[in-house]
Design a protein around this ligand. Structure first.
Ligand code: MLT
Length: 218
């Protein structure tokens, strides 16, 4: 295995062994540094695993190819989602973080690859915060996401992500049994401070429950 586990990435250990790990997934044109300050704001003391998307769109890193804005190359999406899941597993072995406390935090393209990972690898992620997400693909089979906490933050005036598309993603996750918390704001594609605050509050309730589930030996 290559030294970078297949992805250029950063890993920052958490405060202690029981810390959760946030898988930070940037938007188009971002990199592995981008979301670290956001992660530190959302969950101080957590560990952070932050890969850089391997696809280049005219030099802008992404997690999978798209054919046009909002139109995804499904074959590439599938392949890249599996690659990301393998990376997460390899990183957990390399750095020794507890996979039962792994929470995805994604923005835009990063939120979309997180949604794809949730649908294709149920159980890999214990919870997710998805900012400006859309449906990555319509699943043929409904995965079992019973009780998985998912926070979605969407903008009614987002010109890249049609509101009904985010609503459809929330419905898919809900039908699969996830515990979906979808928050709407009169805002566009960029993330707002208010939403970060809401996600932080949401995580402060969700993260201790992940810990206690593990402490109970589940
Ligand atoms: C995507 O391609 O994943 C979405 O259109 C959002 C983005 O532009 O990153």
């Amino acid at each position: 295995m290559s030294a970078d586990l297949g992805f250029v990435h950063r890993y920052l250990p958490g405060e202690d062994e029981s810390s959760p790990t946030l898988l930070l997934l940037h938007g188009t044109g971002g990199n592995e540094e981008d979301l670290i300050p956001l992660g530190q704001e959302l969950a101080p003391g957590a560990a952070f695993l932050s890969p850089r998307g391997k696809v280049s769109e005219y030099g802008a890193p992404r997690f999978f190819r798209r054919l046009a804005e909002g139109v995804f190359d499904q074959e590439d999406l599938l392949l890249r989602t599996h690659e990301l899941a393998e990376f997460v597993e390899a990183a957990s072995a390399e750095y020794g973080f507890d996979r039962s406390k792994l929470v995805a935090v994604g923005y835009s393209n990063g939120a979309n690859v997180a949604a794809s990972t949730i649908l294709l690898h149920p159980g890999l992620l214990r919870a997710a915060v998805l900012f400006r997400a859309m449906v990555p693909f319509e699943p043929d089979l409904t995965p079992d996401l019973s009780g998985m906490p998912v926070f979605l933050a969407a903008g009614r005036m987002d010109r890249m992500i049609p509101p009904d598309n985010t609503q459809r993603l929330a419905d898919i996750l809900d039908e699969a049994g996830a515990d979906v918390d979808l928050r709407w704001r009169d805002t566009g594609h960029p993330l707002t401070y208010e939403e970060v605050g809401e996600a932080k509050e949401w995580l402060s309730e969700v993260l201790p429950k992940l810990s206690s589930a593990q402490d109970r030996g589940k």
